[in-house]
Write a protein that binds this ligand. Structure first.
Ligand SMILES: *Cc1c(COP(=O)(O)O)cnc(C)c1O
Length: 368
């Protein structure tokens, strides 16, 4: 054997995965930058969470609690759940990955939707399984299309509810219809990363459905309304059997101590979340109205971001807008990779950032 040509080779399929590309952070040559590309909150984190984070600095030599009991307790109390049905993760991304690695393998299929969150596809392929993408209907998850795609190989269905980057939601009755139509061995993953922002009466994040079935999990995050994206804190509510299986491969100390402490304090400060949501309500409405008055189309959003569609006119398309806004220091998210080549996603920012984008957008469209 010629040892000179031997080298480590990843499992089949790994090199077919396109690595996740996060939202842009920089605008070269611009002094003041507003990052509105990753759905981060303009209000920061609760002061009590920041305080709890700082207090952990004195004991960085001690391993964290591998069960994150303090954090699971805070979540359980706030949401009225049994802590035995909660698992915390280094961001909800970690939990999505654990689900795929435990329940998917070569030959299995997992269903995702046309404009779905790209992390699902990466984790499905990372587990050696095949992602099956179904169409959405006008940027909304289409339950019938999902049910039509189910085969004996299907093991998992992922929906972000509300969706990213669409901002639309699937009403609770439709989610129940989806669940009712799935075989009992298929796990329905409800990614409710933006649930805190939703007010619609026919919306449910998934707690009721998880509680009443054996094959549904709901994932949540502290990265959006809670303002702890830097710390990586996510959680999952699910049936005991699924959590037990995931626990077997979960890193024993997957949550770090500062994340546990800050997450717990943040969860207990619901008054802060109410303020973040009120800010979002006000500005999502104002931004939507302003863009529509300029002749742009905005997909109706129940989240902290808006999907803005541009005219099909040379010089006024999404990439042109992206370049113009970036040159002014306003960084939005290009969403071509999500199936929207002529749209940009804008996170609701501070008042200053929002007014700045509105003014810059008018200028870009020649309506200043
Ligand atoms: C932001 C986001 C998450 C959160 O991921 P974390 O790993 O918890 O930061 C999950 N799902 C969707 C759809 C998101 O947009």
């Amino acid at each position: 054997m010629d040892t000179a040509v031997l080298k480590p080779v990843p499992r089949p399929g790994i090199m077919d995965i396109a690595a996740y590309v996060p939202g842009k952070e920089h605008a070269p040559g611009v002094a003041r930058v507003f990052k509105l590309s990753s759905n981060e909150t303009p209000l920061g984190a609760s002061p009590s969470a920041i305080d709890a984070f700082r207090q952990t600095a004195g004991h960085l030599e001690i391993y964290p609690d591998g069960q994150a009991n303090q954090l699971r307790g805070a979540i359980a109390e706030t949401h009225g759940l049994n802590p035995a049905n909660l698992m915390c993760g280094n961001g909800s991304d970690e939990l999505l990955g654990l689900l795929c690695h435990v329940y998917l393998g070569q030959g299995d299929e997992a269903i995702i939707t046309e404009h779905g969150f790209l992390v699902y596809k990466i984790q499905i392929m990372g587990a050696g399984a095949t992602p099956v993408t179904v169409k959405e209907k006008e940027a909304r998850v289409d339950v019938d299309a999902i049910l039509a795609a189910v085969t004996p190989k299907t093991k998992m269905v992922f929906i972000a509810n509300p969706g990213n980057p669409t901002g639309t939601y699937v009403p609770a009755a439709e989610v129940r219809r989806l669940h009712a139509g799935l075989p009992k061995n298929v796990i329905l993953v409800l990614d409710a990363a933006y649930a805190e922002y939703v007010h619609e009466h026919d919306y449910e994040a998934g707690i009721e459905l998880v509680s009443s079935s054996q094959n549904v999990v709901m994932t949540r995050t502290f990265s959006k309304a809670y303002g702890l994206a830097a710390l990586r804190v996510g959680w999952m509510y699910g049936p005991a059997d699924i959590l037990d299986a995931l626990d077997r491969i979960r890193g024993p100390f997957n949550m770090n101590a500062p994340a546990i402490a800050a997450g717990s304090a943040a969860m207990r400060d619901q008054a802060f979340i109410a303020k973040a949501v009120a800010h979002n309500d006000e500005w999502l409405a104002k931004l939507t109205k302003a863009f529509e008055e300029m002749g742009l189309t905005v997909t109706p959003s129940v989240t902290n971001f808006a999907l803005i569609h541009f005219p099909d006119v040379d010089g006024k398309r999404a990439p042109d807008a992206d370049e113009f806004l970036t040159s002014r220091g306003y960084i939005l998210r290009a969403v071509k990779g999500y199936g929207f080549p002529n749209a940009l996603r804008m996170t609701v920012g501070s008042e200053e950032a929002n007014l700045g984008v509105i003014a810059a957008m008018r200028e870009f469209l020649g309506k200043a």
